[in-house]
Design a protein around this ligand. Structure first.
Ligand SMILES: *Cc1c(COP(=O)(O)O)cnc(C)c1O
Length: 415
């Protein structure tokens, strides 16, 4: 959090002024702090020191190459959910042999690419997927490394859209079915069983659900071992929550202490798949106020970022802090921050006390996770630029899209 702070009355990212970035690169613009990304990764990694583990960053939270590059340089692994994300990991210098592949709908082409790349493990989510993978691996004379993603049926007590470990969920294999499927997998010539996996949800701010789910998972691991099936790793997934507003996240030391308690003395290596926790507070979305509109019952600040840039408020009712880049001394009024997109759901923040004038720059905080990665071109809006700050330098890590690029792959009907 401290990577973005006021200096002489102006908001900075590390040692670079956000106003200077906006001036130079325009808005809307995502700004990330390298120090913040590295700090988060190191604090998790060092909290687990002594316990054999691999941190596999969940790429879908923010798949920008420069972000992947930062984690690859730290020796991290990756958790991918598509062939596209595998290509990104490789392009960013990440190691496929430290990459796990999650997701319920892996295509044959994606499986082939991942086999070819020699990834660490497929986290298999259904019997059909296991059969397809076995067939594809055999056809190329390989054995596919596999974990089964088991659904521990635990309530993570988070938003229903980001809750994934209940038995009603589309994710994972029902707990009760897992032993039989492991037996089947063990008999498949194209499958090499490596581990077990879970992921119960996202933005989890209590340890209880982790304890319950991981304990159930380890119980299963022990039953499998008693049947002669020894696993190499146990993947506890991601989901660790962060502070957006007033949430009280699980301190990393407490999370690590729980994992130590559960894993100390065990033979299996621990794998983790944190996404949001590593990146959310390492980024802001810079936007400029276009117009102020005072209606009968409401005041709207129309800004140049929109739901296509940051969909979390519209999709999950998510709350992001909004800070003026150059705070004014004036009396604050209450504003809804809305974008130019033609949807009533196009809001970034509601009912915020701010002193605003047209042209002001605002920083939307905690915009490092599920922000740029979920952006779209709705309303034919080019996606934002991305800048990564590293000390006193600011690198453009993704230039702003041009309108031409948005329809370069389209063709009108023949005349
Ligand atoms: C999304 C996802 C993650 C990361 O979740 P966070 O809440 O961002 O930590 C990890 N594993 C799987 C399988 C996922 O789908």
């Amino acid at each position: 959090m401290t990577a973005f702070a006021l200096r002489d009355g102006e908001l900075f990212a590390e040692r670079v002024s956000l106003a200077a970035i906006a001036e130079r690169h325009g808005t809307p613009c995502y700004v990330y702090s390298r120090a913040s990304l590295e700090g988060a990764w190191r604090s998790l990694d060092s909290a687990l020191a002594g316990l054999p583990h691999l941190v596999c960053y969940a790429v879908k939270a923010n798949s920008t190459l420069a972000v992947l590059d930062v984690f690859a340089r730290l020796g991290g692994g990756f958790d991918i959910v598509s062939g596209g994300e595998l290509a990104r990991v490789v392009a960013a210098g990440g190691d496929p042999r430290r990459t796990v592949f999650s997701g319920v709908g892996k295509s044959a082409a994606e499986m082939r690419a991942a086999l070819e790349a020699d990834i660490l493990c497929f986290n298999v989510e259904s019997e059909g997927e296991l059969e397809r993978l076995d067939g594809l691996a055999r056809a190329t004379g390989r054995r596919a490394p596999v974990s089964l993603r088991v659904n521990p049926d635990v309530d993570p007590k988070t938003h229903p859209y980001i809750s994934t470990g209940l038995k009603e969920s589309k994710f994972g294999i029902p707990y009760a079915d897992a032993p039989a499927l492991y037996r089947r997998a063990a008999a498949m010539p194209g499958i090499a069983i490596r581990g077990i996996d879970m992921h119960i949800g996202s933005q989890i701010t209590e340890l209880g659900p982790y304890r319950e789910a991981a304990s159930k998972l380890l119980g299963l691991v022990d039953r499998l071992a008693a049947d002669g099936l020894l696993l190499e790793h146990v993947d506890v997934g991601g989901g660790l929550g962060v502070r957006y507003r007033d949430e009280v996240p699980v301190p990393v030391a407490d999370y690590a202490a729980l994992l130590r308690e559960l894993f100390s003395g065990r033979r299996e290596k621990l794998v983790l798949e944190p996404g949001r926790w590593l990146v959310a507070n390492a980024g802001v979305l810079l936007t400029r106020v276009e117009y102020l509109k005072r209606g009968p019952g409401k005041r709207f600040a129309i800004v140049d970022a929109a739901m296509n840039d940051l969909i979390r408020p519209a999709l999950y009712d998510a709350w992001h802090a909004v800070e003026p880049v150059r705070p004014r001394g004036d009396v604050a009024e209450r504003w809804d921050l809305v974008g130019p997109v033609c949807e009533s759901a196009d809001f970034l923040a509601l009912d915020r006390a701010l002193a605003l004038a047209p042209g002001d720059l605002l920083a939307i905080r905690s915009a490092g996770a599920y922000a740029m990665a979920m952006s779209s071109n709705y309303n034919t809006r080019p996606r934002a630029a991305e800048v990564m700050v590293d000390g006193d330098r600011a690198h453009v890590v993704r230039r702003r899209e041009s309108v031409d690029e948005l329809f370069a792959s389209e063709t009108p009907l023949p005349r």
